[in-house]
Design a protein around this ligand. Sequence first.
Ligand code: ZN
Length: 343
Amino acid sequence: MKAVAIKKNGSLDVLEQIDLPTPKPKPNEVLVKIHACALNHLDIWVREGLRGLNLKFPHILGSDISGEIETTGESINDLKKGDKVLLNPGLSCGHCADCLLGHDNFCRQYNIIGTLQNGGYAQFISVPRQNILPYPQNMSWTDAAAIPLTFLTAWNMLVNKAKIQPGETVLVLAAGSGIGAIAVQIAKLFGCTVIATASTEKKLKLAQSLGADHLINYEKKDFSEEARKITNKAGADVVFEHVGKATWEKSILATRTGGRIVTCGATSGKDATTDINHVFFRQITILGNMMGRKGDLFKILDFVNQKKLKPVVDKVLPLEKAQEAHRIMESREQFGKIVLSIT
Ligand SMILES: [Zn+2]
């Protein structure tokens, strides 16, 4: 099969087109013919190399996949060739206490498609039956592929961890990023007031079109001061963090007394400074989050089918342009997702 893979960790030029054997599904797996794979910042981290992540080269990146069933393993009889599917990106053992309690993202064997095992920058992938999701109604392959990872993560952060309530104010950092654009929509779905930050007027306008109530250009203004002004000096009830070092201290200042900061990443750096005085004096709760519970994607897809949540795709490029796709994501030029189309 045609694939874009890496034979070592490194910069853009380690992404190369190669032919690899088509995987064979195990009895409880399905072989999916891939039509689209959306990029995530995770792809850059895996390409560059993550400590403790020992890849088997050549390795195929890509976690967010849409496609159709090609063949099924012998113990599967409820899916057939040609069924359109979306893949749940989280892999877990399925039998430990955490998995059985529905916290599969706490599983000790948890990993994400495209990290430890091959991903979606290819024509085929074999995945466990439990990772198959129903396909969203009337949706293109590329829009569908833009859904799983960011929706699952933003949902878990806001709904399960921060427990957002109607009337609360949510400050979404970098609302132009793949995950920020989804966080704005989920916070609005739950009746919150949304303050969005972005680096350009164009991105802010797009955030507004997704429902953001207040807009802050963080290149021009101090976002924590602006957020406090907007909230009558109180600060936001919830700060949606994924930027890390560049914003962390200000995120703490932008949170109201008794408020919550929920974080899923540190794209600008991990060694941020935390002023502990602010954390305890103002009784701020810091919530860490990685991915979400597999079952929540079914609920999320119901909202997508009702048009209450929608994927935000900025650019579609052919698989062969994977290097260019990574370059765009690294430069943060996009609003929403970059998706690879695979034929
Ligand atoms: Zn488990």
